[in-house]
Design a protein around this ligand. Structure first.
Ligand SMILES: N[C@@H](CCC[C@H](N)C(=O)O)C(=O)O
Length: 275
C-alpha cells in the first residue's frame, strides 16, 4: 500500500488545489519556493479528465520577479499562454484563502505583464485585465460556414465572431473541433468566441480555446467580447454582462483598460500521485 492510499500515513505526491471560475476549471500547483519544473507531459496528465485530476489548464502558483507572485498558466495540451482571466480570479482566491496574501488588492505577474486583483465583499473577484486592443477583421469557419469576426489582443489572442442567427444558431455550433482561422493573422493560434447580442449591455457567448478546446468560460475571451460589443453600441467604455455556459461575469471597460468581475471557487485539495 502506498502512503497516498493509507489514511494513517503521510500524504505523498504533488500537492494540488482544484478550482474554477464560471466552470473554467484549473489545477493549481502551489510552488512557494519556485522549485517545480512542470513538463508539458505532466500538465497533460493532470488535466486528463479520465486518468488525471481533470481541468482546462494548470496554474503553478510561484514567486515572481517583478511582483511577489507569478501566475504560471498552462493550457490542457501543455502549451503556455500569456494570460488567463478566470485563472487570475481563482489564483487570487487561492492566495487569499491560503494566507499567502492579505484580503486587500494583490499584484502578480503573468506572461502578459502585471495584474492586480481583489476579492470583493460578496466573494466575487475583480481582476484588472489591462488593455484590450482591437485588431484586423477576419473570420472563423465552423462546419463549412464562415463567421466574420475581429481580432482582439487581451495579452493573448482572440477572434470575436458575431452570430446573427440568435441563440439557436449559437447552441447548434459544433465546437468539438477547432474552428478554421487565418493562420497568417494568428501564427501562435487563437481563442475564438462566438457571440449573440441580447441587449446593449448583455451578450451570450461560447468559446473554443487555444490549447484546451471548448470550455465553459474564458475570462480574457469575455473581455474581448465586451470590447467588441461596446463598439456595436457605438461606445468604447461601459459595463457588459457576459453570459457563458458556466455562468456569468461582468466586464467594466474604462478607456483601453478593463476589469473582469466574477466568481472564483476552490473545490478540492489533494496530492497527485500520477506521473
Ligand atoms: N481560459 C482562460 C484563457 C486561457 C488561455 C488561452 N487558452 C490561450 O491559449 O490564450 C481565460 O479565462 O482567460
Amino acid at each position: 500500500m502506498t502512503d497516498a492510499a493509507d489514511p494513517a500515513g503521510p500524504p505523498s505526491g504533488l500537492p494540488f488545489v482544484k478550482g474554477h471560475g464560471t466552470e473554467n476549471d484549473f489545477v493549481l500547483v502551489p510552488d512557494r519556493e519556485g522549485l517545480l519544473d512542470l513538463t508539458p507531459d505532466q500538465v497533460r496528465a493532470l488535466c486528463d479528465r479520465r486518468a488525471g485530476i481533470g481541468a482546462d489548464g494548470v496554474i503553478r502558483v510561484a514567486p515572481g520577479t517583478l511582483a511577489p507572485f507569478f501566475m504560471d498558466y498552462r493550457n490542457a495540451d501543455g502549451s503556455l499562454a500569456e494570460m488567463c482571466g478566470n485563472g487570475a480570479r481563482v489564483f487570487t482566491r487561492f492566495l487569499v484563502d491560503a494566507g499567502w496574501t492579505g484580503p486587500g488588492p494583490v499584484t502578480f505577474e503573468t506572461r502578459a505583464g502585471l495584474r492586480t486583483a481583489e476579492v470583493g465583499p460578496d466573494g466575487d473577484v475583480t481582476v484588472g485585465m489591462g488593455p484590450a486592443v482591437l485588431g484586423a477583421a477576419s473570420a472563423a469557419v465552423v462546419g463549412g460556414v464562415r463567421y466574420p469576426g475581429v481580432a482582439v489582443d487581451v495579452g493573448n489572442p482572440h477572434l470575436v465572431c458575431r452570430l446573427d442567427g440568435g441563440l439557436a444558431e449559437l447552441a447548434a455550433l459544433d465546437l468539438t473541433r477547432a474552428p478554421g482561422v487565418d493562420a497568417e493573422l494568428f501564427p501562435a493560434g487563437v481563442n475564438v468566441e462566438f457571440v449573440v447580442p441580447l441587449a446593449p449591455d448583455r451578450v451570450r457567448m461560447r468559446v473554443h480555446e487555444r490549447g484546451s478546446g471548448e470550455t465553459r468560460s474564458c475570462g480574457t475571451g469575455t473581455v474581448a467580447v465586451a470590447t467588441v460589443a461596446l463598439g456595436w453600441a457605438g461606445r468604447s467604455v461601459g459595463s457588459v454582462h457576459v453570459l457563458v455556459p458556466g455562468g456569468a461575469v461582468r466586464v467594466d471597460r474604462t478607456g483601453q483598460d478593463s476589469s473582469l468581475t466574477g466568481p472564483a471557487v476552490l473545490v478540492a485539495t489533494g496530492h497527485w500521485t500520477g506521473t
